[in-house]
Design a protein around this ligand. Structure first.
Ligand SMILES: Nc1ncnc2c1ncn2[C@@H]1O[C@H](COP(=O)(O)OP(=O)(O)O)[C@@H](O)[C@H]1O
Ligand SMILES: [Mg+2]
Length: 236
């Protein structure tokens, strides 16, 4: 079986006016289905650029990215959109919820594009909210929820389509310690159920939940090592 993610010699060059930024510089990486990976590295090292490519939100300038054995660079925009909708869930640092829209409607959004009935959309979104511990908050607006709860809505939205890959770019960057732990426990549980989780973080405590730690520097892999994962460290 092909690895879930296989990157070979990825380059990403941004051009802004006359300035050229090499955000990825020949990065190669393989991630298998079911892994829980933390990506670390200083600001500007290329982490978000990599996540955007892994999530099919952006394409590399050079190099090859295969997702589930399919070379993403050869796909049309509508095919990429389909892959994003069916296989990938995203969680961002800033939650990216739609304001003045209920938790349920936020979580429903990816299903809207699937032609499901409203009733099915609502049932699936409600189940996803339940799964992240927000049963009973379906009709709250983002402003009526704490940061940690808003991020849980964002996770519900990401998993409502039953993706095989969850990408989280600094999901705890705007949260206090307790909310961060809650979010990480949710991601840990999703990984235990079989979802591949790739998360970017600056925090060692957050990275400690993962089973593999990849450090990116100047658009390349600096180090890549297996780690214990929190469950084995604290014995839960
Ligand atoms: N859309 C963009 N246009 C131009 N330069 C960008 C863009 N996105 C990122 N960069 C540059 O690419 C480099 C890597 O950025 P990024 O991937 O966001 O790093 P990180 O997430 O590790 O902080 C930085 O120098 C950044 O300024
Ligand atoms: Mg970033």
């Amino acid at each position: 079986m092909a690895p879930l993610i296989q990157c070979d010699d990825l380059w990403k060059i941004y051009r802004v006016g006359d300035v050229e930024v090499q955000a990825l510089r020949g990065l190669s990486l393989t991630i298998e289905q079911g892994e829980f990976v933390a990506i670390m590295g200083s600001s500007g090292s290329g982490k978000s650029t990599l996540m955007n490519i892994l999530g099919c939100l952006d394409q590399p300038t050079r190099g090859r990215y295969r997702l589930n054995g399919v070379e993403v660079g050869h796909l049309r925009p509508d095919q990429l959109a389909d892959i994003r909708n069916r296989q990938i869930g995203f969680v961002f640092q800033s939650f990216n919820l739609i304001p003045r829209t209920s938790a349920l409607e936020n979580a429903q959004l990816p299903l809207f594009y699937r032609g499901l009935s409203l009733k099915e959309q609502r049932a699936m979104a409600a189940a996803a909210l339940q799964r992240v511990g927000l049963g009973g908050r379906e009709h709250h607006f983002p402003t009526q929820l704490s940061g940690g709860q808003q991020q849980r809505v964002a996770i519900a939205r990401a998993l409502v389509t039953a993706p095989s890959l969850l990408l989280a770019d600094e999901p705890t960057g705007n949260l206090d310690t307790q909310s961060s732990q809650e979010i990480m426990s949710i991601l840990e549980g999703l990984n235990r159920e079989g979802i591949t989780v790739i998360l970017v973080t600056h925090e060692i405590d957050v990275a400690a939940y993962a089973h593999r730690e990849i450090v990116i520097k100047d658009g390349q892999v600096l180090s890549d090592r297996a780690t214990k994962g929190r469950s084995q460290t604290v014995g839960v």
